[in-house]
Design a protein around this ligand. Structure first.
Ligand code: 13P
Length: 244
C-alpha cells in the first residue's frame, strides 16, 4: 500500500495582517528542506503576499474556502481559480466553523471540492462530530456520513486530503484520547476511496501534544489553528511530524 504524505497545515482563520508575514518567512528559514509538507492557509487578503514572501521556499500557501463556481455575480466570494492565481496550492473546505457559521452542507462542500480540483488545487476536506453527537455514540456515523457526502467524483490522494476535526476539540484545549483519534482515523482509512490519501487530525494540536498525536497509526499530520500563528509553535509541531 503506498504511504500517505505527511502534511503540517496551519489554518490562520480570521487572523493575520501583512506584518504577520514575518512569521511565514521565519518558518521558511527554519525549514529549508523539510521531510514533510508544510502549508499555511492565511486569510484571503494575505494569500498573494504570502506566496510572494515564500517564493523559492519549501512552504506552500492555501486558502480557507472557495466558491463552487468559477466566476460571476457572487459578491464577497472567491473562486478556486482566483486562489490558484494568487499562488495557493490547497484550499480548506467544509471547516466546522463554515458549516456552523454559513450553514454549509456536505453537498456544497463536494461542489466546492470539485471546483478546487478543476482549478488544480488540493482540497482539504474537514469532518468532525459535535460533543452532543459524540455523547450520543454517533461519532463514526456522523464522520463517515460527512466523508461520503463531501467527497466529489475523482477524489484521490493527489488532489484531496481529509482532516478529522472534532468540533469540541477546536480552540478548547481539549483533545480526544489516543484511542478516540485512532478509532476515527482507522475508520477513515477503511472508507476513503484511495488508501494513500493523507488523513490529518485537527483540534488543539500544540507543541506539547503533537508527538503523541503523530505516533497514532493512520494520522499523517495535523491541521493546526491557534498554534500555527507563531513560527516557534508551528515549527515545534513540524519538527515533531518530521520525526514521526
Ligand atoms: P485549534 O488548533 O486552534 O484548536 O484549531 C483547529 C482548527 O480548527 C484547524 O482548522
Amino acid at each position: 500500500m503506498p504511504n500517505a504524505c505527511k502534511l503540517a497545515a496551519g489554518n490562520w482563520k480570521m487572523n493575520g495582517l501583512r506584518a504577520d508575514l514575518l512569521e511565514a518567512r521565519a518558518l521558511a528559514r527554519a525549514f529549508p528542506s523539510p521531510g514533510c509538507g508544510i502549508l499555511l492557509c492565511p486569510p484571503a487578503t494575505l494569500i498573494a503576499g504570502m506566496a510572494e514572501a515564500l517564493r523559492g521556499s519549501a512552504l506552500m500557501v492555501g486558502g480557507q474556502d472557495c466558491h463552487a463556481r468559477e466566476s460571476g455575480a457572487h459578491t464577497g466570494d472567491i473562486s478556486a481559480r482566483m486562489l490558484a492565481d494568487a499562488g495557493a496550492r490547497h484550499v480548506i473546505l467544509g471547516h466546522s466553523e463554515r458549516r456552523a457559521d454559513h450553514g454549509e452542507s456536505s453537498a456544497e462542500v463536494a461542489a466546492k471540492a470539485h471546483a478546487a480540483h478543476g482549478a488544480g488545487l488540493v482540497a482539504i476536506i474537514c469532518l468532525g462530530e459535535t460533543e452532543a453527537e459524540r455523547d450520543a455514540g454517533r461519532t463514526l456515523d456522523v464522520v463517515l456520513g460527512q466523508l461520503q457526502d463531501s467527497l466529489p467524483q475523482g477524489a484521490g490522494a493527489a488532489n484531496t486530503v481529509i482532516a478529522y476535526e472534532p468540533v469540541w476539540a477546536i480552540g478548547t484545549g481539549r483533545t480526544p484520547t489516543r484511542d478516540q483519534i485512532a478509532e476515527v482515523h482507522d475508520a477513515l482509512r477503511d472508507a476513503v476511496p484511495d488508501k494513500a490519501m493523507s488523513l490529518l487530525y485537527g483540534g488543539s494540536v500544540k507543541p506539547g501534544n503533537a508527538a503523541e498525536i503523530f505516533a497514532i497509526a493512520n494520522v499523517d499530520g495535523a491541521l493546526v489553528g491557534g498554534a500555527s500563528l507563531k513560527a516557534s509553535d508551528f515549527g515545534a509541531i513540524i519538527t515533531a511530524l518530521d520525526a514521526a
